[in-house]
Structure formats: C-alpha cells, structure tokens
Design a protein around this ligand. Structure first.
Ligand SMILES: [Zn+2]
Length: 358
C-alpha cells in the first residue's frame, strides 16, 4: 500500500533570478542573459527537488511569471482588470483584453519540456483554469469580439494547454483553481462559483476518461507574501461544489485549516467515487518546518475519514506562486517537502502495522 504524495508546483526563485527578472523588465539585461539565470535556477531547483525524495517533482515554476498569468505573458493587454485583495492589505491586479481573437502566448508544455530534459523522475505540470482567464474580458466589452466568442476561444486554448502537457508525458496535470474559494467571498450566493465550475467542466468534459485520470484541481485560499485572499470562507461552503468538477485528483490546502475534523467530515460527505483527495500537510505560509511525525499523525487522523485508496498528500499551496515573492526561503520550502515525503512514508508504515494487527 502506498500513499501518493505530490508537490503543488512553485518553489521560491533564487534571489539572483528575482533580481534578474527586475533588470530584464527595466531593460538592463537582455533575453540571453535572463535565460542563463533561468537555466541555473531550473537546474538547481530540480537537483534539490530530487534530493528531497519526492517521487514526483515539478520545475518549481522557476521560469513562469506567475501561476495565473503565464498564458498572457507578452500579449498586448491593458492594465486595469480585476483586483484580488489579500488579508494583509496588498493586492494583485489582472490586466484586461483589448482585442480578439484570444490566444495563449505561452502553453505550459514549454515549462514541462524544459524540466524533462533535466530529470528522469516523473514531472507534473500546473496550468491555470479557464475561469481565472475568463476575468480578462473587460466589463465594458470589446467592439467586434463578444464575450461568447472570447469564451469559445478561451476554452479551446485551455483544452490545448492540458492536452499538450499530457501528450508530452506529464505525470499529470494540475489545474490551479485558486479563485474558487475567492469567488464565494465576491458572491456569497455561490452563483459565480457555479458559473466557474460550469465553465471548467466544459473543458474537462471534452477529455476522455483515461485523460481525466491524469487531471486534477488545486484549491486554496491563496498564498502570496505569506497572506491569503479567502481563508475566512469555510470549506463546507466550497467543497460540495468543488467535487462536482469532472476531475480525478483534488489538491486541497489543509495544514493551515483550523477546524481539521470539520474539513474531513465535509470531504467524507462530498468526495465522489473515483476521485482522490491530496491533503496539504505542510503550511506554506508558516516558516516553521513540520516534523515527519506530526505529518504522519495528520495523515493517520485523515485515514479515519477518507478511504486510503482515495487519500494522498501534498503541500498546502505553491511556495511562491508569483515570481517576485521571496517571503519563504528555498531552504525552508525544500525542508518542508522532505518532511512531507518522510511523514507520508511513516504513515504508510503505521497503517501497514495496523493491518497486520487486524
Ligand atoms: Zn494555492
């Protein structure tokens, strides 16, 4: 019996890369110089990821501008889009589309292919949801390009983003759906969340069941500069609807939750057959590194609610979803990943003993 364990995605970029990205934006260094920094960061990240013992790794999103904006990197967009407020008072703002037809500037498979040249371990790849990118369409509309036409282009592009990764040999694809919990804050009637789920299901329903086995969804209350955007929204409001997504794997923030037993009850009641939940066992917003024993105990507790065949472990979120976020050190991120892997193995051993005793 093995309990699956996977990372979410991002690892804090090295300081020299963050500085390099700033210098590139300012026009002080060129693309070639930036690429040297990308290469160095990627090689170091993958080497350190492998050393954690993690059976599945990512590229640490070292070359991604952010988990949400990589498809529009380099496209001609205007400022002034949707603002995401965080609990500590800082905000992130999306740009807006000014013309159609909409197409991705970058597909996630580019990151996957680059990482796969540097490791023989399975590599998972994160992509952004169609629902997050649907927020790019301006409230005032675009002359000659309706919202319906935009959504048709967007769903086609999102489908390609997933399919290209699967075709290139991704271990699996994780769709980052951080706006799910946020949407309940923006619209407590749940209408916005329902519309997001319907939009994302439009694409998931185009995949055949074998492809869907390799597709998952990540949900969290946001994690940027050690702050969240929707931790005050209860999971009981979100999870029953989230599991309506026609995906197999669900990567849920959990270590940072206060009422863990309440969360387990909701998962138990709403997880559908064939779905698997990966619980976050490391709190990415807290610099304290969890012990393997403490993680083992979290898993053993969860195993009382969720069948082992449907239970896995992950980190609560990426460690730096935005490239300029240095609030967590690389050392701490890798130590937490190592603790997750060890804690998961300890839980397996403890559960095997229990089975023998029976
Ligand atoms: Zn997250």
């Amino acid at each position: 019996m093995a309990i699956l364990t996977e990372p979410i995605g991002s690892i804090p970029r090295p300081v020299e890369l963050v500085e390099g990205l700033k210098a590139f934006s300012a026009g002080d260094i060129g693309a070639d110089e930036l690429n040297v920094l990308f290469d160095r960061a990627l090689k170091d990240t993958i080497k350190r990821f492998e050393a954690t013992g993690s059976p599945v790794i990512t590229d640490g999103e070292q070359t991604k501008p952010s988990f949400a904006t990589y498809p529009i990197n380099g496209l001609a967009l205007a400022p002034g889009g949707v603002v995401i407020p965080f609990a500590d008072g800082h905000t992130r703002q999306l740009p807006v589309l000014t013309a159609g037809p909409f197409h991705y500037g970058t597909y996630a498979v580019d990151y996957l292919n680059r990482a796969k040249t540097l490791t023989s371990l399975p590599v998972k790849q994160a992509v952004i949801t169609a629902s997050a990118l649907s927020l790019l369409y301006p409230a005032t509309g675009i002359d000659g390009y309706s919202n319906e036409a935009f959504i048709a282009d967007l769903t086609d592009e999102h489908e390609k983003d997933i399919r290209y990764c699967l075709a290139a040999g991704a271990y699996n694809v994780q769709i980052d759906f951080t706006e799910a919990r946020l949407s309940l804050k923006l619209d407590p009637s749940k209408g916005l969340l329902r519309s997001f789920i319907a939009l994302n299901n439009q694409v998931l329903n185009r995949l055949d069941p074998s492809a869907r086995q390799k597709v998952g969804v990540h949900s969290c209350p946001g994690g940027d500069h050690d702050s969240t955007h929707s931790a005050d929204i209860a999971y009981s409001e979100l999870l029953p609807l989230l599991f309506e997504l026609n995906a197999t794997n669900f990567y849920l923030e959990y270590a940072g939750e206060k009422d863990k037993l309440g969360v387990l009850e909701v998962i138990k009641d709403s997880l559908r057959p064939g779905q698997r939940v990966f619980l976050g066992v490391t709190d990415v917003l807290n610099p304290r590194v969890e012990s393997a024993g403490e993680i083992r105990d979290l898993i053993l507790e969860a195993a009382g609610y969720i069948p082992l065949s449907q239970l896995g472990t992950t980190d609560d979120c990426g460690f730096s979803p935005f490239a300029d976020d240095l609030s967590t050190s690389r050392d701490i991120a890798f130590e937490k990943i190592r603790a997750r892997v060890e804690g998961t193995r300890l839980a397996e051993k403890a559960l095997e003993k229990t089975q023998i005793a029976i």
